[in-house]
Design a protein. Sequence first.
Length: 149
Amino acid sequence: MQWFRQDKAVLMPLLLTLVLCSYLTPGSMAHEIADEAKEIVASWTADAAASAVENPINASRRSVNRGKRVFAQRCAVCHGAEGAGDGPASKSLSPKPANLTTHEFQQQSDGGLYWKISEGRVTMPAWKAILDEDERWNVVNYLRSFVSN
């Protein structure tokens, strides 16, 4: 046991290095979990019923401005002020927040976007418990103002 005390300074860093290496290797569980999370987000689509729901709020200047205020208070921290998925909190999130300015994002129906905002997934909260229906529809109207890349 005395030899362990003497070599503890050498053995502990070596053991820690071995554990970290096994955790970070390509076949490790950490990489499998990260890949699974990316796949979940990439395949996140609203079902046909949710996608078919029509937006009951006209995309007026008033609605868009209301949506912009909600977005700035609730969404920009992750999605960024311009919706590019680069908000300050995005650095610590896995998977990263969606870029709301892409063609693929903008091709989704209003009902599909409303459903995603309402239900949330992975690191995105379910806003239905926090925002009322009009606020969520106003956010959808505001999201339409982002320029597609």
